[in-house]
Structures are given as C-alpha cells and as structure tokens.
Write a protein that binds this ligand. Structure first.
Ligand code: PLP
Length: 397
C-alpha cells in the first residue's frame, strides 16, 4: 500500500468519539448533536420529485463532463449570483459528486510532484480534506492561522517569499468552516496578483456561500473578484460550489467546479480516468435545484432565526459573535475546549466539537485551542434547547 496513507490524521469525529467513550450523560434529556455539519432542513420537494421521476436513467452511463443542460444552468446561476459576464458552460464548468471528492481529486490532478518542495497553503483551522489531499498528492501542507485579532482571516502579508515560491495551490474557504469568516473582494484581488507573481493556483471552497445573514451582503466569490478585475478567463482560479448546504441536499452528492478553462479541461482528463461521473438522474435533479432561488431564501431565513435565538441565549454566558455567514458558531470556551466538550456531554447530553481537532499546530500554537464548533443544523427548538443547556453548564463551571 501507498506509505503516504500513514500520513493521514484520524478524522476529528474519531477523536470526538474517543473523547466521549465510556461517558454516560447524567441527564435523560435527549441528545443534541451540534458537532456534525450536516444540514437538517427539509430538502426541496420538487428536487426529490424530479430525482424520483428520473430514476429510470440509471440504465444510462453518464459522461464525466455532465449534461450540457446542467452546465448551462450552473453557468446561469453563477453569472447571476457573482455578476460574471460569462462562464463558458462548455469548457469552464464540471459537475462533481459533492465538493469533498472534487477538492481531493483536484489536488491530485494539479500538484507537480517533481518539485521537491511543493506546498499547499490552507487556512487553519480548516476542512480536513485539504490536508489529506495535499499529503496524498506528495505536497507539504502549510497552515495559515486564522486568529481572532485578524477577524479569523489568514495573515497573508506575513507569508515569506520562499513559501510563496514553493506554493503550487492555495486553498481558500470563504465563508469559512468553522469560523464563518468571509474574505473581502480586496483580499481576493491581492491573492490573484500573488498567484500571477508566483505562478500558483487558487482553489476557493465556497460551499457555504449561500448561507449568509444580510440579504444585502452576499459573500463575494473568487470568480467575482476575477470579473471585477476584467479577468474573464479566470486564469489560475477555480471555485467549488455545492447543493449540500445551499439546498439541504447533502446526500445527493452534487456540486460543481468552475473557473480557468485550461485547468478545468486538464481536470476533466483526470476525472475521465478517475471514473466519477455524476449519475444522470442526479444531474437532472440538480438542474431543478440550481434553477430555483426561492427555497434558498427560505433556507437562509431559518438559519437567521436560529442564529438570532441562540446568540441571544448565549450572550453574556459564552464569548461568541454571530459570523457573517455559514451555519457555525465558534465560541471561546472558559476552560480547555476538550474538557468543555467532554463535560458538556456528560452534564447536558449536548455534543460540540473541540476546535483543536479542526486545526494543527502552526507558528507555535493550535488556533483551534480554546474554541468549540457548534453547527446550528438541528431544528430551531433543538438549537434553543441546546443553547439553554450550554448556558446552564457554563454557569456551573
Ligand atoms: C468547508 C467545506 N468544504 C466542503 C465540504 C464538502 O461538502 P460536499 O461534499 O457535501 O459538497 C464541506 C462539508 O461539510 C465543508 O465544510
């Protein structure tokens, strides 16, 4: 077997299971999991109906490039959402089976292993796939701490020249998991200039882009920043989007990658061999989802209600700020975050994820220490119940 498999870290949920092992909660109150980022709002009925209606398409092999109609509806959605002049449905877009596989596969396709010091830069804390993908592609992950004093945005100005020269791929996550931080258009433009100067690719994971709270402040995307620069070929830039959070369809496994046509066409070649075409019925259901915004507005409204209620309950008890986007809260813990998570489970049967499990030691610290991640994915009632139990527990410390 590939010895690099030994470089992979245990997934945060394995660590969480170990932390909770052998503990029996002291309360009979039902368990509430704020630990897993799985959307729980109802998926749009019309998408499920389309999926059921098209199930007969399992008798067809799907093309890796996907149906023209799907790429066209993605192109219309992206052009409208990010004010793009054009996004070529023929060459600049590929359907993917969720962004998780696409982020992993894209990294394998784009790293040049012949460079002895290939580096992949990523935020810290981070979505765990970035690190594993970098290591299995033969590159070294470089962790960019996201600290409160910088509004949880990496300090890109502090990165040295040698690191930029070795950088082959820069992962961005905006809105961020777990902090909800959003990169500004100016920061994106600065990074595009650096990508040109040092010849690297920017992969922007934007799978939370539709979960924002102010209807007048939709997060800027990387392609939007390119378009504002008049860079309509999106050179060196790709974005990842998903129906999992936008449309509450995590099990559909549907998303897309879009951007620089040259990169997308090379990635298509990779995917043809990798064998990961999206099933035709999934593609047809996805078209229905991308063509509708009404359900996305309703989805945002549900999160808005939950964040308002939970932040109001936690206010004055835990140090927490509502982020501009995503479905996560990232509060500071008054005690060690693992201890907080373990004892909260024991006392109140509520599970949160210790922030340190989502981050690595870099520049002398683990930036997830002293934080927990709470995913507000359960119902409004459950989220309020969980917040009240968290308050009761925190006050008892
Ligand atoms: C930051 C981030 N990127 C990507 C994904 C993968 O989502 P999916 O594969 O469902 O599109 C997740 C899932 O939780 C995530 O949090």
């Amino acid at each position: 077997m590939n010895p690099d498999l030994n470089l992979l870290q245990p997934y945060p949920f394995e660590k969480l299971n170990q932390l909770k092992a052998g503990i029996t909660p002291k309360t009979n109150a039902a368990h509430i999991a704020l630990s897993i980022g799985e959307p729980k709002h109802s998926p749009p009925a019309f998408v499920l109906e389309k999926l059921a209606a098209e199930l007969g398409r399992v008798s067809n092999y799907a093309a890796t490039k996907g149906l023209t109609e799907l790429r066209e509806s993605i192109s219309s959605w992206a052009c409208q959402r990010f004010q793009l002049k054009a996004l070529d449905a023929q060459t600049a877009i590929l359907p993917v089976n969720g962004t998780r596989e696409a982020i992993f596969a894209f990294t394998q396709a784009c790293i040049d292993r012949s460079a002895s010091s290939a580096k992949v830069l990523m935020p810290n804390p981070f979505y765990q796939i970035y690190e594993g993908a970098a290591k299995l592609a033969g590159a070294e992950p470089v962790f960019l701490n996201c600290l409160e004093q910088n509004a949880f945005i990496p300090d890109f100005d502090s990165i040295d020249e040698k690191t930029w020269r070795d950088c082959q791929l820069l992962f961005l996550c905006s809105p961020g998991n777990p902090t909800g931080a959003v990169l500004s258009s100016d920061t994106l433009k600065k990074l595009i200039a650096l990508a040109d100067k040092y010849d690297f690719i920017i992969a922007s994971d934007e799978c939370y882009s539709e979960l924002y709270f102010d209807e007048n402040k939709a997060p800027t995307g990387l392609l939007q920043a390119c378009a504002e620069l008049g860079r309509d070929d999106y050179q060196r830039c790709v974005v990842f989007h998903s129906l999992s959070k936008r449309s509450n369809l995590p099990g559909l496994r549907s998303g897309f990658i879009a951007g620089d046509s040259e990169l997308i066409q090379q990635f298509l070649l990779y995917r043809t061999y990798h064998g990961c075409a999206m099933p035709v019925h999934t593609q047809l259901a996805s078209i229905a989802a991308w063509n509708d915004e009404k359900h996305v507005l309703a989805n945002r409204e549900l999160y808005r209600q939950k964040f308002a209620a939970v932040c109001q309950t936690l206010n004055g008890v835990l140090e927490v700020k509502q982020p501009p986007a995503s479905f996560y809260l990232w509060p500071k813990t008054p005690i060690d975050e693992q201890e907080f998570a373990r004892r909260l489970y024991q006392e109140q049967n509520v599970t949160v994820l210790p922030g340190s499990y989502l981050a690595r030691q870099a520049d002398g610290l683990n930036p997830g220490c002293g934080y927990v991640r709470m995913a507000l994915v359960a119902t409004l009632e459950e989220c309020i119940d969980a917040a009240e139990r968290i308050c009761q527990f925190t006050r008892s410390l």
